[in-house]
Design a protein around this ligand. Structure first.
Ligand code: SF4
Length: 326
């Protein structure tokens, strides 16, 4: 059986798999965002791709059969496909993280707890060169926690973008925004941008997002659309923090109306955050329902999730892409 939207939704909903790690190729452990610090790999089948975390307690198990990876559920074959090698963090992209630490303390994110490295520009440029030399680099994505201030991260990202333009690859940036970040990053040569709202449920935002107010991010997103244009501005919207489907639909539409493509991201609770948030990973049924809603709204506002060249929409590892996966 090849992966279809239903199977992918189930795999995302479970999110983890028991696999002998010697079957996995070159791995990079993500150092930013909610998946930071975990071992994971990309499984692809039927023109779709999913990222699964390695966990020997998972109800899913993967085995090798005739050169293919077979995922078993309840001991029976569920889906078969292959493992896709990553370039840096995801297939086809050099997705680099500048600061693996953060002054904010959003409760769904392990980065502040991991308190990792701040990579120098030289290190980051060398990583991208290595990815480019492998000959499969279709895009470059830059992300970061906030080491000292959002302004400093934007400045560093802009400097990197200027130095990475020589590869003639689309460059996407996902950082915490500042008043001027869209203008600065566009002038530097970035083509796509992502500022995460995380949740649009104000009560949940106040409870879990320990960074500047949501309204500030929304203003910056609006500004980003006027600078980068429709289909080039994205935002992560977490599903599973306790928000209702009605809240998601209402705000998904508000964001789409502004020209932004929201990415519905299934919540994950990192072990470093156990006990700090009440979250429930969405079921496959909920993910499919919300992705259908997303497709309808994106179509209504003339937005297309296939246009993105960098970051999560073309990667599709963690989410259902409303235009590619359905
Ligand atoms: S979808 Fe985004 S966060 Fe997930 S693996 Fe791909 S690039 Fe990383």
């Amino acid at each position: 059986m090849k992966m279809n939207a239903q199977i992918k939704a189930e795999l995302i909903s479970i999110g983890a798999i028991d696999i002998d790690t010697t079957l996995l190729g070159r791995l990079t452990v993500p150092t930013a965002g909610p998946g930071a610090g975990g071992k994971a790999f990309f499984f692809s089948s039927g023109g779709r791709r999913v990222r699964l975390v390695v966990d020997n307690g998972s109800p899913l198990r993967a085995v090798m059969d005739n050169g293919e990876i077979v995922i078993l559920k309840g001991g029976k074959e569920f889906v078969r496909g292959k493992i896709e090698e990553e370039l840096i963090h995801c297939p086809g992209q050099a997705y680099i993280t500048m600061s693996e630490r953060c002054i904010y303390d959003c409760k769904f994110c392990p980065v502040p707890k991991l308190n990792g490295k701040v990579k120098s520009s030289e290190e980051l440029l060398a990583l991208v060169k290595e990815a480019y030399d492998l000959g499969k680099m279709k895009g470059i994505s830059i992300t970061s926690g906030v080491e000292v201030s959002p302004e400093k991260e934007v400045e560093r990202a802009a400097d990197l973008v200027r130095k990475l333009k020589k590869y003639n690859a689309p460059i996407g940036v996902s950082v915490y925004p500042t008043r001027d970040s869209s203008r600065i990053l566009k002038e530097a040569g970035a083509s796509e941008i992502k500022y995460n709202v995380e949740t649009m449920d104000r009560e949940l935002y106040d409870k879990y997002c320990k960074k500047p107010p949501l309204d500030f991010t929304l203003e910056c997103l609006k500004d980003a659309v006027s600078i980068f244009g429709k289909n080039h501005v994205y935002t992560n919207f977490i599903v599973g923090l306790g928000e209702t489907d009605e809240t998601i639909e209402k705000y998904y539409e508000d964001l789409a109306k502004m020209g932004i493509i929201p990415i519905l991201r299934a919540v994950g609770v990192h072990p470093l955050r156990f006990g700090e948030l009440e979250a429930e990973r969405p079921t496959a049924q909920r993910l499919l329902k919300l992705t259908k809603m997303a497709r309808r709204i994106l179509d209504k506002y003339g937005l297309d999730a296939r246009v993105a060249k960098t970051m999560c929409l073309p990667c599709m590892g963690c989410d259902l892409n409303p235009h590619v996966d359905l």
